[in-house]
Design a protein around this ligand. Structure first.
Ligand SMILES: [Zn+2]
Length: 388
């Protein structure tokens, strides 16, 4: 569970930035801080409130990737909602926006744990969660409303419910109906047991993810959830730990994924390590990362094309790139396994090349000549079922 600490503001400060009376605490309102400065974490926001926030605003909790800090008692009527009812009846959580990637993922997760703790303490369910936007016309919590990296409002509510011990946590979309999907499994999530959970675990193990010391034991615990989330992130899916229709469809498409050292069983076959990145290399990389296999690196920025002649057929060069699931999966692996701190935008560029070159131990020049030592090393690894 998220680490919490109290740093309650002085009575003098509280008197200046809260309404008189007692907060009913019948709902919990989620905000995003709106501050992307690296220093703007939970501690900084708590200090700002302790020192007498210069703005006419106040809130009960700030949470980031490391901790949750409480600034006001839950009885305080803080000024966070822009609406009298919201201020007088709701407890406010500000979720920090000072980190991206894994940092944002941890902050979002911590916020759901904190929300669950407060709801549980007050005997409320996830139905008592509110967005700032529910009280007034403001795009807050901005990143959660945008579903940044898959951490959407829908995810937030379901995740909080899961922390509450929610047997009521059921599939996200489709009105809560449990349907059979491509893999023939129920929607699977932490807490379930059964043969379908065991089948999921076997798939994850085959794809190279650990499901814990117990192996495929048919019990969906935290290690299995971590494996699912890691797979979802690598595959560019909403990383919510729920194995529903989207994840099962992607898993089925990625069945060609092999464990290291296992011979390639798919249609793409063994690569010749020639140092040229064309459709075959892309197809194998898509199999290995579990991303959809179309042998195309879609929507890449044309500005890097001339400097990278080793990127040949199957690269789609455009003026306004949207990125590809494969490049994003490579960036995610570089970030999670090599702490590369790349922007996970799915767009090939100098920083991604440098990080992959470092991971592969080839010359770090940030470009892909034709042929390229980096691509040659990558192709050798792909034939063994891994990127690096
Ligand atoms: Zn807000």
């Amino acid at each position: 569970m998220v680490t919490t600490r109290r740093q309650i503001v002085s009575a003098g400060v509280a008197a200046r930035v809260t309404n008189a009376g007692t907060n009913a605490g019948s709902t919990v309102t989620i905000h995003n801080t709106g501050n992307q400065a690296a220093s703007a974490g939970a501690a900084a926001h708590a200090n700002l409130q302790s020192n007498g926030n210069s703005r006419a605003a106040s809130w009960h909790w700030t949470v980031d990737n490391k901790e949750a800090v409480q600034s006001f008692e839950h009885t305080a009527r803080c000024w966070h909602a822009g609406n009298g009812t919201g201020n007088n009846t709701s407890i406010a959580i500000e979720v920090a926006m000072n980190m991206t990637g894994a940092g944002w993922a941890a902050a979002a997760e911590n916020a759901t744990q904190l929300a669950a703790m407060i709801l549980k303490q007050r005997g409320l369910g996830s139905g008592a969660l509110r967005q700032h936007a529910n009280w007034m016309a403001k795009n807050c919590p901005e990143w959660i409303r945008a579903g940044k990296d898959g951490y959407s409002w829908d995810w937030f509510v379901r995740r909080t419910a899961a922390h509450l011990g929610g047997a009521a946590v059921l599939p996200p979309a489709g009105g809560g109906t449990v349907t059979l999907h491509a893999m023939g499994w129920r929607t699977l999530y932490q807490g379930l047991t059964g043969d379908d959970v065991r089948a999921l675990q076997n798939w994850l193990i085959k794809a190279g993810y650990s499901v814990g010391a117990g192996g495929a034991d048919g019990s969906f615990g935290p290690a299995t959830e971590n494996a699912v989330i890691a797979y979802q992130r690598a595959a560019g899916l909403a990383a919510d730990g729920y194995v529903g229709a989207d994840t099962q469809t992607a898993m089925r498409a990625g069945l060609g994924v092999v464990t290291p050292g296992e011979p390639v069983a798919s249609g793409v076959g063994q690569l010749t390590a020639d140092g040229w990145w064309g459709p075959g290399t892309t197809g194998r990389a898509q199999e290995v990362t579990g991303t959809p296999v179309d042998r195309t690196v879609s929507s890449q920025w044309q500005g890097v094309r001339s400097a990278n002649p080793g990127l040949v057929g199957g690269w789609e060069w455009v003026q306004n790139p949207k990125g590809s699931a494969l490049i994003r999966a490579i960036q995610v692996q570089l970030n999670t396994k090599r702490d590369a701190r790349l922007t996970e935008d799915g767009i090939w560029g100098r920083n991604t090349a440098l990080a992959l070159q470092a991971a592969l131990g080839t010359a770090a020049d940030g470009v892909v000549p034709g042929p390229s030592p980096m691509v040659r090393a990558l192709q050798t690894n792909l034939n063994n079922g891994r990127l690096f």
